[in-house]
Design a protein around this ligand. Structure first.
Ligand code: 3PG
Length: 192
């Protein structure tokens, strides 16, 4: 069981006032640096690079070395080994589409800032038992959208959710108007 009462501490501060988190899948470190420069120029201070390509870890490492002002979250973290590798690469934050006991343990043991993914009340309850209070809600639009997250507020008043999956410029405001949603995330932003 969790000995750390606040494993989500600092995550809301890292997100800060940025209400859209770009989810980027890159094929090279150079592409990542170029995208990161573009987002920095638009006053973003946090991007997510998914671990869905062989270039992802190098991309995270290179962006952190070349652009220390931008925070980089490693996304699509599916296995504990990936969490350890992304941590070594310098990721400021890690995000999963779902959650597992092993990922919770590694995050807690290594003091890694981690946003587990949830799609149900039971998964929120499990994460909360480990002390997590900030979750990715995925795939948001397919699961119930902003209405579902609104319903979580009365049951989990201490929890915040980052909806991802099907979010875009047309529907993001329906999420961002809720107090338990500090930011939305998505791949559509890569095209901005
Ligand atoms: C993610 O990795 O968080 C999602 O795949 C992003 O979903 P989207 O492509 O619908 O924004």
């Amino acid at each position: 069981m969790n000995d750390n009462p606040t494993p989500s501490a600092g995550i809301l501060e890292t997100i800060g006032n940025q209400t859209i988190i770009p989810v980027l899948t890159v094929s090279s470190a150079d592409e990542a640096v170029s995208l990161a420069e573009k987002f920095l120029a638009q006053d973003y201070h946090l991007i997510e690079i998914t671990l869905r390509t062989g270039a992802a870890l190098d991309a995270i490492r290179t962006v952190k070395q070349q652009l220390p002002d931008i925070k980089v979250a490693a996304g699509t973290v599916l296995h504990p080994e990936q969490m350890v590798q992304a941590h070594s690469a310098g990721a400021d934050l890690q995000v999963s589409p779902g959650c597992s006991y092993d990922l919770y343990q590694v995050a807690l043991d290594d003091n890694i800032a981690y946003i587990p993914g949830v799609g149900s009340v039971s998964e929120i309850m499990s994460g909360a038992e480990f002390g997590f209070t900030v979750f990715k809600y995925f795939p948001a639009e397919a699961l119930g959208g902003s209405a579902a997250i609104k319903a979580f507020a009365s049951i989990f008043p201490h929890c915040h959710f980052i909806p991802t999956g099907g979010i875009n410029a047309d529907n993001m405001d329906s999420y961002l108007k809720l107090d338990n949603i500090p930011a939305v995330a998505g791949s559509w932003v890569a095209d901005i």
